[in-house]
Design a protein around this ligand. Sequence first.
Ligand code: PXP
Length: 263
Amino acid sequence: MKQIKLGVNIDHVAVLREARKVNDPDILQALYIACESGADQITIHLREDRRHIQDIDVKNILQFSKVPVNLECSIDKNILDIVSSVQPHRATLVPEKREEVTTEGGLDLFTYENEIAYAIEQLHDGLIPVSLFVDPTIQAMEQAKKLGAEMVELHTGLFANLFAMLNSSLPKSNHALKELNLPRYELSDRLENALEQLKLSARHAKQLGLEVAAGHGLNYHNVGQIVQIEEIIELNIGQSIIARSLFTGLREAIKEMKSLTSS
Ligand code: PXP
């Protein structure tokens, strides 16, 4: 049986807390429950705008987590200095735009080649392994290797969006994705294509000696297809787990996801 590591992203607990600026829900309570319920890793994103995770959360989570902590961050110098000083088990470099709702695409490893290389060097100097959050393309895998990363995290957002437009009520809702307002056969072709890109990229990355993770938009309905990709050893999942936990509790939500990520 293939056991994929489940990184539980608990940013959304902090989103709810920051909505009221009170210490409720308590992110450390989420941390304890996640560790107890089978999370193999905790993932958090220290954004430049601090819209959810705060610096003190990073310190506390690193101090009290019973599993490794994957700290997502941009290549901003101040953020990198913080990451280097707190020494997470791994740093994942992600693109960041202030106006975005969430991380909308992979890192552009070509336009920001020098900045990313410098960021990787700084993190490596602090003995922090680096993953790069990238779109699933062969070129990105090669560039990630060239830049010296240990791991890539494949952005599954396009796959997840296409899956949702085909298999849920999303197209009829006011969150329908206008750019994917396409006939079903077209969505179906694109979904197959997106999955194929993920498979080819994962295979290529592994051949290059990179470890392969995936994440973004994964949920209880679509994760099964990603789990089938042999080279993927880790998934980072946030929104769907925290959303489900409102109705089932966090323990149950994580256990259920764990059962789906063991193929
Ligand atoms: N992986 C990375 C690099 C991310 O930026 C995010 C979103 O913060 C996730 C995984 C989790 O995505 P989601 O919340 O859609 O599960």
